[in-house]
Every structure is written in structure tokens, then in C-alpha cells.
Design a protein around this ligand. Sequence first.
Ligand code: DC
Length: 220
Amino acid sequence: MGFNIAIDGPAGAGKSTIARMIAAKKGYIYVDTGAMYRAMALYLIRENVSPEQIDEKCQGADITIGYENGEQVVYLNGENVNAYIRTEEVGRMASVSSPNPRVRKKLTQLQQKLAAEADVVMDGRDIGTCVLPDAQVKVYLTADSHERALRRYKELTAKGESCDLETIEKDIIERDRQDMTREISPLKQAADAVLIDSSHMTVEEVADAIITLCGGCQWK
Ligand code: DC
């Protein structure tokens, strides 16, 4: 097993920015598990799969990851789909398909294989609780919903997209509810995870706090 850092938390808490930063600082591989669920969702959209057919059809999606210029690339049946997985439509389908047990089993196996072969910083919803229960460092990263909505609002307006802060916050609260109340692998803090609330912290402060946790480990 490589050295594994597991970062879980709700949407918009800053997991991917921070995980990427830590991976670069420590020379580890960053594994964005949300991107894998999104690639599966893209497949299901393209195949016109109804929610009732997810169980059967998900087996047709071969999802793998690779790295190009230091960035994670997700391949869906051999095609680089990074450019297609960040849309609202794919996000919506991902929240419908990610609770499916077969989808979770397939992607969990892939994630565990990656973590067995290399030192990784992996982020998602169930990494510390289900995917890597023996990770050396586990963090539950959160921030209050208003702060998370504000970050998303600034991101979108910086891109020139028009949006409404109140709607964004409502969406975030609903996404949290779905992730936390689903039957399989719900989002929750692992008993041995360290809670970090990033509401009033900079990304550097959060990354440093996690790197300090790694330093406390005896063998790396
Ligand atoms: O973090 P994100 O928005 O890219 O995640 C996309 C979807 O996948 C979201 O509905 C949560 C789900 N997800 C999950 O169920 N388990 C993970 N380990 C990562 C993401």
C-alpha cells in the first residue's frame, strides 16, 4: 500500500484545489474520484439510460485514469472525456447514478487499486469511510454552506456566467442532503478523520494543516 491521504467533504469545500496542492507539494498522485462518477454519468447520458437501467448498463462503461502534464485525465472506453464531465447535466446525472451499488463497487475497486500502487491524495465523499479505511491521514473538509455558495458564485462570475447566489446556496444544501442521506456510502466524517472547517481559512492554510498531519505519521 502506498501512503494514502483521504479527503472527504461536501461539494464546494475546496477539496480538489487543496488535494491537488498537497499532491504537488509531496510528489503524490492526485485522484479525483468525483471525476470518475462524472465519467460514468456521461456514459449513461450518452447511452440514454433511464434510472431503472443503471444497474445493467453501467457495466458497459470502462473507466480508467491517466496523467497528462501532471493533470488527471479520465478515459471513458478509451476516450479522454475531461472536457465533457463538468457540465450541470453531468453533475445531475452523477447524483442520480452515484448511489447505485454496482456503480460504487466498480469505481471503488478502481480507486483501491490506484491507492495500492502509489502514494495518493484522494478526494471524494466516502474515501476515509469506505474506499481507503486504512489511509494514514484522513481529513473531513467542510465549510458553511453560505461560504461555499459564495466561492462558487465568484468562480462563475469570474468566468462571465450570470448566476444567483441564493439559488447556488439552495443547490448546495440539496446536494449535501442527497450525499449525506443516501443508503450506500453516505457522506460522513470517518471516526478517525480530522475535521477541518475551511470557512475562514485560505487554501494555503488548509493545505499546510494537512501536510502537518502527514508529518505526524511515523513512517513517512
Ligand atoms: O465532487 P463532484 O461534484 O465532482 O462529484 C460528482 C458526484 O459524484 C456527486 O454527486 C457526488 C458523487 N461522488 C460520490 O458519490 N463519491 C465520491 N467518492 C465522489 C463523488
